[in-house]
Design a protein around this ligand. Structure first.
Ligand SMILES: [Zn+2]
Length: 314
């Protein structure tokens, strides 16, 4: 059953259709607060079915990948290390850190190595199994709605690329607040719907992965939602993704060969594009990489494809 919903940020029913899908799910923009979301929304059961067997975290993709990771961890640590360094600028004394939706536990592994006392919550069995069995991490299977982490209260909660997947992001932020210490730090990352690439590509943007992403935020709507749930926003930055796919899509769009219709795709489609490509596709990726190299400038204009928000519990 699909459900028509009111805006989860301002409760308004007034919206305009931003992208229309052949399957009947539309991406709409709230006329009152500009939040972008799928309406009608897929049912909880439909989402559950979709996530049951999905493996989106690279070190959990196969046994071989895990062995590669364990053999040479530092090769995989780049992005996670820069995330923890940014957090430590705001929280230099370290302490207890909870990663919500920690998948196979890569970020927790890096944070632990940097001196944090870490715990993870992960809804998927495969992610929890990898994190506990291979990385010896303290990870509980479930969500903040169904389980209670044992190291409460936390100094820092990280919430990387999860909020856009949730049916009720505002309530989840309030749950996070309840497990944080006073003045504790929440770090949220999510795609930036107001970015140059999102606007230029529309339905061809790689972050339009539906129905996985139920909500799309801009710096303004994310900031409003954090404030509404009881946080003081310290800063919101934008960052670039390193997916050459979008470079290829920009070229196609420029040549008038972009996608014309919104289709429901999953992350796997993008993954296949980048890992199991044939020669022609690989050449396209190289050109895409080169073309996309100019994108490093975008975050300087707050136009990066991803948002990173740092907020304190008040
Ligand atoms: Zn709204």
């Amino acid at each position: 059953m699909r459900q028509k919903i009111a805006c989860k940020l301002c409760n308004s029913f007034e919206y305009e259709i931003w992208l229309k899908s052949a399957e009947g799910f539309n991406l709409v923009r709230c006329k009152n607060c500009s939040l972008v979301y799928i309406n009608p929304q897929p049912s909880a059961r439909c989402l559950e079915e979709m996530y049951k067997n999905q493996k989106v975290f690279f070190i959990g993709a196969s046994r071989g990948r895990i062995k590669d990771y364990l053999k040479n961890k530092s090769r995989f640590w780049g992005a996670a290390q820069s995330k923890i360094k940014e957090i430590e600028k705001l929280f230099p004394h370290k302490g207890k850190l909870l990663d919500l939706g920690c998948a196979g536990g890569l970020f927790l592994d890096v944070a632990r190595d940097s001196g944090w006392d870490v715990q993870g919550i992960e809804p998927s069995k495969w992610g929890k199994d990898i994190a506990t069995r291979y990385l010896n991490l303290d990870v509980i299977q479930g969500t903040l709605q169904t389980v209670r982490p044992t190291k409460i209260p936390f100094d820092v909660v990280t919430f990387f690329d999860v909020i856009e997947h949730l049916q009720d992001p505002l309530t989840e932020l309030q749950r996070i607040k309840s497990v944080l210490k006073e003045n504790g730090l929440l770090v949220v990352t999510t795609p930036n719907i107001e970015s140059f690439v999102a606007k230029a590509l529309g339905i061809s943007w790689s972050m339009i992965t539906l129905p996985e992403h139920l909500f799309y935020f801009s710096p303004e709507t994310l900031s409003k939602m954090l404030k509404k749930s009881g946080f003081k926003v310290e800063k919101i930055e934008t960052r670039n993704s390193d997916i050459p796919y979008n470079g290829v899509q920009l070229i196609k769009k420029f040549l008038g060969k972009g996608n014309k219709e919104l289709r429901f795709v999953s992350n796997e489609g993008v993954e296949q594009m980048t890992s199991n490509a044939n020669v022609k596709q690989r050449i396209g990726h190289i050109i895409g990489h080169w073309f996309y190299a100019v994108a490093w400038l975008l975050p300087y204009f707050r136009q990066g494809e991803g948002l990173v928000a740092y907020a304190r519990k008040v």
